[in-house]
Design a protein around this ligand. Structure first.
Ligand code: TRH
Length: 370
């Protein structure tokens, strides 16, 4: 299959994060010939070293990357499959070429745990010009498109999680100082924190400072910038700022941590694959619509009530309940139950077919009918 994936970066890194993982998996695992159109190469370069933010065309990891500028759009014609991420509208000239060749056209939607997704997944939308677009929804059940997950993920993760030496060597290469590695070996808890500015990060710091077990807090540069001033007291977490790194290394950070605070869409899915407790900060929307989506996921996530209460408090900073919720969720019996739930969540979700595999099969079926 020859496919074009279209990605417009609305904000942050989730749009390009999802598209880049999908492009690599379709190219590497499914052997598709992929052209990835991206409008914001600077954001792309932040999560993928080697991307030239000024190149009109470049190749990386077997993917042909096209800078999607609008004036004028690159003069390329559609091939077998067109995947537009998050309803981003391919350029008009490209859609003209689609009217001539009638490729399979997919709109890849945002991830949601809500049940209506199952009835909309795979539906066609007939356009007045004769083209048909199909909606493809990621999700957590077999009636959806599934989640992005590489074929060799579990083996790589298990090898890292089972070896302190491998973790030390990886974390050292990521800039974690030797005395922090010694703290981890001495029993300190490792927490990673990737959140939006609204997250009650200072409350997290307060709760961790009060906990008997010391904590090492791994935080990307620029995230929760006030954290250092909240971590001055004795017993406060030791903060290590990490540079933005390539996705496979970001995954390794999640695998090394005992507890991951993640956000948005892609890091949330990756934290599930770490098979460790996770706290999700959902992308905030108008009128708190996102809280319904959060509840839909919590209804599926098998963590104990204390962990669910923490996740709710993390997403509602105005409730003021985050610090107490952290303390409750980390108490020994609750923590043990949460850790077991995280392993179950990974096992049950990874037993389902992955998104790239599902999407490839869905497109192949549609292509036969063309
Ligand atoms: O950056 P985000 O907040 O992205 C959001 C969400 O996707 C949201 O749903 C969407 O509407 C909005 O973007 C436009 O969080 P997310 O989804 O976790 O994306 C972050 C990406 O950055 C993810 O692919 C992981 C990657 N990343 C790295 O590769 N290296 C790093 O060092 C870090 C911190 C992140």
């Amino acid at each position: 299959m020859q496919a074009d994936i279209f990605c417009r970066v609305v904000d942050n890194y989730g749009d390009i994060g999802v598209c880049w993982r999908l492009a690599r998996q379709l190219a590497q695992d499914c052997r598709w010939d992929i052209r990835l159109w991206v409008d914001d190469l600077a954001s792309f370069a932040r999560i993928q070293p080697g991307i030239d933010a000024h190149a009109a065309r470049q190749e990386l990891a077997g993917v042909d990357i096209v800078h999607w500028s609008d004036n004028p759009a690159p003069a390329l014609a559609a091939r077998d499959v067109v995947i537009e991420a998050f309803a981003c509208d391919p350029p008009a000239a490209f859609v003209d070429s689609m009217r001539r060749t009638h490729p399979v056209w997919i709109n890849l939607e945002y991830l949601s745990a809500e049940s209506w997704v199952e009835s909309c997944h795979g539906l066609p939308s007939q356009r007045p010009d004769g083209l048909v677009k199909h909606f493809f929804f990621p999700g957590f059940t077999t009636a959806t498109g599934g989640l992005l997950r590489e074929q060799n993920l579990s083996a790589e993760r298990d090898a890292l999680q089972q070896s302190t030496a491998l973790q030390d060597s990886f974390l050292r290469s990521a800039g974690v100082p030797d005395d922090v590695l010694a703290q981890r070996r001495g029993g300190a808890r490792t927490v990673s924190l990737f959140c939006y500015p609204s997250a009650p990060a200072a409350s997290l710091a307060t709760a961790l400072a009060a906990d008997q077990r010391p904590t090492v807090l791994l935080v990307p540069q620029g995230v929760a910038p006030a954290l250092e001033s909240a971590c001055q007291s004795p017993g406060a977490p030791r903060i290590v700022r990490l540079p933005f790194m390539a996705q496979p290394d970001f995954d390794r950070v999640l695998w090394c941590a005992d507890l991951n605070f993640v956000r948005g869409e892609d890091s949330f899915v990756r934290a599930a694959w770490a098979a460790r407790p996770l706290v999700w900060q959902i992308y905030p929307q108008e009128e708190n619509v996102h809280l319904e989506k959060l509840d839909a996921w919590l209804a599926r996530y098998p963590a104990p009530e204390s962990a669910q209460a923490l996740i709710r408090a993390w997403n509602q900073p105005e409730s003021g309940g985050a610090a107490a919720a952290v303390t409750a969720a980390l108490s020994p019996a609750e923590w043990t139950a949460w850790a077991a739930a995280a392993r179950d969540w990974d096992a049950s979700q990874s037993a389902l077919p992955g998104l790239a595999e599902n999407l490839a099969a869905f497109c192949a079926e549609l292509a036969k009918k063309r």
